[in-house]
Design a protein around this ligand. Structure first.
Ligand code: SAM
Length: 233
């Protein structure tokens, strides 16, 4: 997914331009720090104080040049307008967050408003068109059957959350002036791997296969996650 994001950034902005990046629901700040290390000016917004503390700790271990490019805020991603001016970012990320938001349209519209014209909106969501895949591949037939015709699912943490459909989000993005530019599938072959599984020896080949499938029909359509990139008109 990071590779897909870098590809989209490289395709839109001149090499070496210091971009203003907003990461909404940044968690422990993995992407935020990675992009700051790449030279960008990053703002993180996260509602969970524990996550914000973890991200601050990680940031404190970075060299001053990187620390000075990062601002971290505790707050709700649905309230970006309270913290920031419209049009003040080149890239807005919202990865792994929409699952937790009951009515995502207002959040996504708020994110699009944060973008300058030509800016990139990067969303990572659970694929609501392929919810039966995980249970089905695991041989959980009742679970697979129950996953049809719903956008609700239980995540690995045991939380009841929701998935998004490509068609619906495509319509949402068009309606808020940040139409879909590209989309990828993420976690096509690897969704059943445990979070704490050891890194396999052939990880490079695995990543290459995932990458290829993530941009190829029909594989990307049944990915566990969808990575949608909209561009502000
Ligand atoms: C699965 S984690 C993803 C973290 C990070 N974006 C990543 O991709 O690794 C989801 C994060 O979104 C945060 N979150 C959920 N709803 C939010 C909201 N309305 N506003 C801000 N953060 C939110 C959670 O606290 C959590 O840290």
């Amino acid at each position: 997914m990071a590779r897909q994001l870098d590809e989209q950034i490289a395709g839109r902005f001149p090499v070496g331009q210091r971009l203003r990046v907003l990461d909404v629901g940044m968690g422990q700040g993995t992407q935020a720090l990675r992009l700051a290390r790449a030279g960008h000016k990053v703002t993180g917004l996260e509602q969970d104080p524990k996550m914000v503390a973890t991200a601050r700790e990680a940031l404190a271990a970075e060299p001053e040049g990187i620390r000075s490019r990062v601002r971290l805020f505790e707050g709700d991603g649905r309230e970006t307008g309270v913290h920031f001016l419209p049009g003040s970012f080149d890239v807005v990320l919202c990865h792994g967050v929409l699952m937790y938001v009951e009515e995502p349209d207002a959040l996504v519209a708020g994110l699009a408003r944060m973008l300058a014209p030509g800016g990139l909106l990067s969303l990572l969501v659970r694929n609501g068109d392929a919810l039966a895949m995980r249970a089905g591949l695991a041989g959980d037939w009742p679970g697979a059957l129950a996953a049809f015709g719903t956008s609700a699912y239980t995540n690995r943490l045991g939380l009841d959350v929701r998935a998004d459909r490509l068609d619906t989000l495509t319509g949402t993005l068009a309606g808020i002036g940040a139409p879909l530019h590209t989309w990828y599938g993420v976690r096509i072959f690897t969704d059943l791997a445990a979070d704490d599984a050891p890194v396999p020896d052939d990880v490079e080949a695995l990543l290459a296969a995932e990458e290829r499938a993530g941009r190829t029909d029909p594989y990307r359509g049944v990915a566990a996650l969808l990575h949608l990139c909209g561009v502000r008109g």
